[in-house]
Design a protein around this ligand. Structure first.
Ligand code: GLN
Length: 495
């Protein structure tokens, strides 16, 4: 098989052939590296690729396999990782000038687990700076482009991971989701993206944006790939006290089990004004597919959804302002050259040069919402509303097993279209943010294309630690439709 055509194979096909020794990890890794060389110049999905190191890992895994050594569940599979995860000996910048040249002396827990699962770390992916953004345009290293239409954004903040998988430059990838950063780019790039329950995956070595919301999760072209990657990175880690000490289900085995008697809730608030009609039509079409399989539906209400964006932008920015205080040019981060006259001046110059505009905007919002005299009005109030949002979900899950709706209000927009209007940009996350505030898991699945050929996603939400239910429900759609098999025409010809 020509090496470039390997990139077309699904995760399960690749794994099968690797396990049967029809392919070596070196062959697989080489073909994805070649795809990166060919396709990434027009997409800018990767910020760091060390071909030699990736091939060294692949060789080592092939060697282990040849010697009959037991292998992990990702044995020989290349995985791209968002540049927010610390990788020992490899640059980690969070797409910020502030961290240019930073080479962590340690691996994030999720990275350690990938290595233990015998994955090949193929490269670090581009993102919005410090994971703040919905379009990938806030990267200090330039915007990532959507493989379906390079004039458009791939979504964000895990822009590079989504674009890399959609353009088959990696079979699977890791991202992080604080307010939608896995599900939204997955939807806009036509792939699967899963945000696990808060506490399912350790945040150790994940550079913090908003610590009470951040979660690491998988991107893949299909449910099986997402299930395997989720299984590999989940689990308790004493170094992250918010990681939960609960056994990890065998997602990679359980995802395909049939689900009987399912009841799906349809939140009226998610089909409201502002939802693109083509997205609504595709989502409703996907619901029909479920209906034809005997699924029952119930209209539900999440009455506090309308406060989600405001709540999120208070909680997330407050936490961010505190988390990002460490980048002062002394403890961490870029230090301005030149002779500042005082410590304050040096901080100001370093932070002024190191952070991009959106990060500065978030820090200012957060500092304001936490400041004396305002904290009760803003930050504390937001925490109270956050509880009400969680209560809405708890009440809904008394009546239904899964909640379904759109992921994004619109398909991928044009590069530059919303950069001058932060509020319009923030509204891109209207359907994804609540899950982070409530800590529940969510998945985005491809469920259609617009007339102009842009991907559309279906979002499923489940109660805490019910990732299996999300995977199984997602699999029901995947079995009946071909949306997960589609790939961008822009790259189809050369693979
Ligand atoms: N777009 C949202 C934000 O800008 C969510 C980002 C994320 O999930 N990391 O904060």
């Amino acid at each position: 098989m020509a090496s470039s055509s390997l990139t077309k194979l699904s995760f399960s096909e690749l794994l099968n052939r690797l396990n049967k020794r029809e392919l070596t990890s070196v062959e697989v890794t080489e073909s994805f590296l070649k795809a990166i060389r060919q396709r990434d110049p027009s997409l800018n999905a990767f910020v760091h690729v060390d071909e030699e190191e990736a091939l060294r890992q692949a060789k080592e895994i092939d060697h282990k396999r040849a010697s009959g050594h037991p292998l992990g569940i990702l044995a020989g599979i290349p995985v791209a990782t968002k540049d927010v995860l610390c990788t020992r000996g490899q640059p980690t910048t969070c797409a910020s000038r502030m961290l240019k040249g930073f080479v962590p002396p340690y691996d994030a827990c999720a990275i350690t687990k990938l290595r233990q699962a015998d994955a090949v770390l193929i490269g670090k992916t581009n993102m919005d700076e410090f994971a703040m953004g919905s379009s990938g345009e806030n990267s200090a290293w330039g915007a990532t482009r959507n493989p379906w239409d390079i004039e458009r954004i791939p979504g964000g903040s895990s822009s590079g991971s989504a674009a890399a998988v959609a353009a088959r430059m990696a079979p699977v990838a890791l991202g992080s989701d604080t307010g939608g950063s896995i599900r939204q780019p997955a939807a806009l790039c036509g792939i699967v993206g899963l945000k696990p329950t808060y506490g399912r995956v350790s945040r150790y070595g994940l550079i913090a944006y908003a610590s009470s919301l951040d979660q690491v999760g998988p991107f893949a072209t299909d449910i099986q790939g997402a299930a395997a990657l989720l299984e590999a990175v989940s689990g308790h880690d004493p170094r992250d006290s918010t990681s939960v000490n609960q056994p990890v289900p065998a997602y990679s085995q359980l995802f395909d089990q049939p689900l009987a008697g399912l009841k799906i809730g349809i939140p009226a608030e998610y089909f409201s004004e502002g939802l693109d009609p083509e997205i609504e039509a595709s989502v409703r079409q996907a619901l029909k597919v479920y209906e034809s399989q005997g699924v029952q539906f119930k209209e539900i209400h999440l009455p506090h959804s309308k406060y989600a964006i405001a709540t999120y932008y208070l909680v997330a920015t407050s936490e961010a302002s505190s988390n990002l205080a460490r980048y002062d040019g002394v403890h961490y981060g870029h230090r301005a050259a030149g002779d500042s006259q005082s410590l304050a001046e040096m901080y100001e110059a370093s932070r002024g040069e190191g952070f991009g505009d959106e990060v500065k905007r978030r820090i200012m919002l957060g500092v304001f919402s936490l400041s004396a005299g305002y904290a009760d009005k803003f930050y504390t109030k937001a925490l109270q509303v956050r509880r009400l949002i969680r209560n809405d979900f708890d009440a809904a899950f008394q009546q239904v097993d899964v909640i379904a709706g759109p992921v994004t209000p619109t398909p991928a927009f044009k590069i530059g279209e919303k950069t001058e209007d932060p509020l319009a940009m923030y509204l891109s996350d209207i359907y994804t943010i609540s899950a982070n505030l409530a800590g529940i898991p969510g998945i985005s699945l491809p469920c259609g294309l617009t007339k102009s050929g842009l991907p559309i996603g279906l979002q499923l939400l489940a109660p805490p630690f019910e990732e299996v239910r999300l995977l199984q429900t997602g699999r029901m759609l995947e079995r009946e439709t071909d949306w997960h098999l589609m790939s961008p025409t822009t790259i189809q010809d050369d693979i």
